[in-house]
Design a protein. Structure first.
Length: 268
């Protein structure tokens, strides 16, 4: 039923039954389109209301063919407690399940992902450009006897790997400890020489780009083994390497008894 407008009463005019029915009764009927609990009314036209019965459980109010209507509700996307929702693609939601206690949220391949807790005594760092739990990173390599020519610097070639948690040492490049990641490193070397009381003993820690990182010298001891220790700490780039060199001037070739070469990553 349409709502009728335009009636204007004037003083002294007679309000007929027809006018009452049109402007009061019918207009009230036009405004009251409800017939059940929960009904809604909307403008079905310029002068009329349309009744929309209450929808069934789970329905949501939407638009169908330009008019309000009850439509199927969007189902709950969560299937377990703790899930996170994220944009998997344009107009597409994705779910990320809750991870183990202590996990950290990170970005992986452009989407949210969990970084699981690290083992005890590890710390959060960066490995190959992404967050990672990092433990002790270091290496120790050793050498027994190596002949050092007189009055000439000789690079030590190592033959035993005590430990290597960072991929520093390769038997195919046995003189080097190669830096696996940019960062600060502590390098330590220890020499012991055959007993010989003549001349001096020098050692160095050398870097492939920076040159000498450390160099020490000792006068040869009489009757006992001469020892040298070298220590360096420096920021070193990935892919570079360190070596250790030895020098002696006893008058002839002289063997080392033992050489121990250490490296520890301190941080980024």
């Amino acid at each position: 039923m349409a709502y009728t407008s335009g009636f204007t009463a004037v003083v002294g005019a007679t309000f007929t039954a027809a006018q009452y029915n049109t402007n009061v009764r019918d207009n009230f009927a036009a405004l009251w389109v409800y017939s059940a609990v929960g009904d809604l009314a909307y403008a079905g036209g310029a002068t009329s209301l349309t009744r929309l019965p209450i929808g069934s459980a789970g329905k949501q109010l939407g638009i169908v063919a330009g008019a309000p209507a009850w439509v199927d509700g969007v189902p709950g996307i969560f299937t377990a407690a703790g899930q996170l929702v994220y944009g998997a693609a344009a107009d597409t939601a994705g779910l990320l399940a809750i991870a183990a206690a202590g996990s950290l949220l990170q970005s992986s391949a452009g989407l949210p992902a969990w970084l699981t807790p690290g083992a005890e005594n590890t710390f959060l760092g960066i490995s190959s450009g992404i967050p990672a739990w990092i433990g002790f990173i270091g290496a120790r390599v050793t050498k027994g006897a190596q002949s050092i020519a007189n009055a000439s610097w000789t690079t030590i070639s190592f033959d035993t790997e005590s430990f290597d948690t960072g991929g520093f040492f390769s038997p195919g490049a046995s003189t080097r400890l190669t830096i696996p990641h940019d960062g600060y490193y502590l390098i330590f070397v220890e020499y012991m020489w055959d007993v010989n009381a003549v001349g001096i003993r020098q050692i160095a820690i050398n870097h492939s780009i920076l040159g000498d990182l450390a160099k020490t010298s000792s006068v040869a001891c009489t009757g006992i083994t001469t020892s040298n220790i070298g220590i360096a700490m420096h920021y070193l780039p990935e892919g570079s390497y360190v070596v250790t060199n030895a020098y002696q001037n006893s008058g002839g070739a002289l063997n080392t008894v033992a050489v121990r070469f250490y490296i520890i990553r301190l941080g980024v």
